[in-house]
Design a binder for this molecule. Structure first.
Ligand SMILES: [Zn+2]
Length: 158
């Protein structure tokens, strides 16, 4: 049986099976583990977030990508981290469930960047907010199109 996380991307405990690799975020000392196909979007987003919103490589190691688990508080709904299509940035500063953890003036830029890279921001969740969290909200064909359009084809893993 093949599993998917709730955005429809393949999820697995076996990282190799779904192409999870480690990607350095340009301009930072951070690496993010994510799925190969969406890595250019997540990594490109993280690099711009670092430059335009706030640095992601200061303080503790609190930036994450792939992690096989359920959505916190749910028994059967696989988190998008399980497919390597979601990242958390500066998690300690933007805790799950907290609102207004970013300066209000930066929120429009966060939304614009998320949109540019085909992502949903957890701060825009209708119910429980998750301001550290960004996830891919488009399917494989649209991802490929967007990667090409943004000129991100050459993003490399280590
Ligand atoms: Zn998350």
């Amino acid at each position: 049986m093949s599993l998917t996380s709730y955005n429809g991307w393949p999820a697995s405990k076996d990282q190799a099976e779904i192409g999870i690799k480690s990607y350095p975020v340009p301009g930072t000392t951070i690496k993010l583990r994510c799925a190969e196909k969406v890595a250019p979007l997540l990594v490109g987003f993280a690099a711009e977030f670092h430059t335009l919103i706030e640095p992601i490589d200061t303080g503790g190691l609190d930036d994450w990508g792939y992690c096989y688990r359920m959505v916190r508080g749910e028994a059967t709904k696989l988190s998008n981290h399980s497919s390597g299509t979601a990242i958390d940035l500066n998690a300690t500063q933007h805790a799950l469930g907290k609102v207004g953890t970013f300066e209000a003036g930066k929120v429009p830029m966060i939304r614009a960047l998320a949109k540019k890279y085909g992502l949903t921001w957890g701060g825009d969740y209708k119910n429980r907010k998750d301001e550290m969290h960004f996830e891919v909200n488009i399917g494989p064909a649209k991802v490929a199109e967007l990667v090409k359009k943004l000129g991100l084809d050459g993003v490399n893993n280590e």
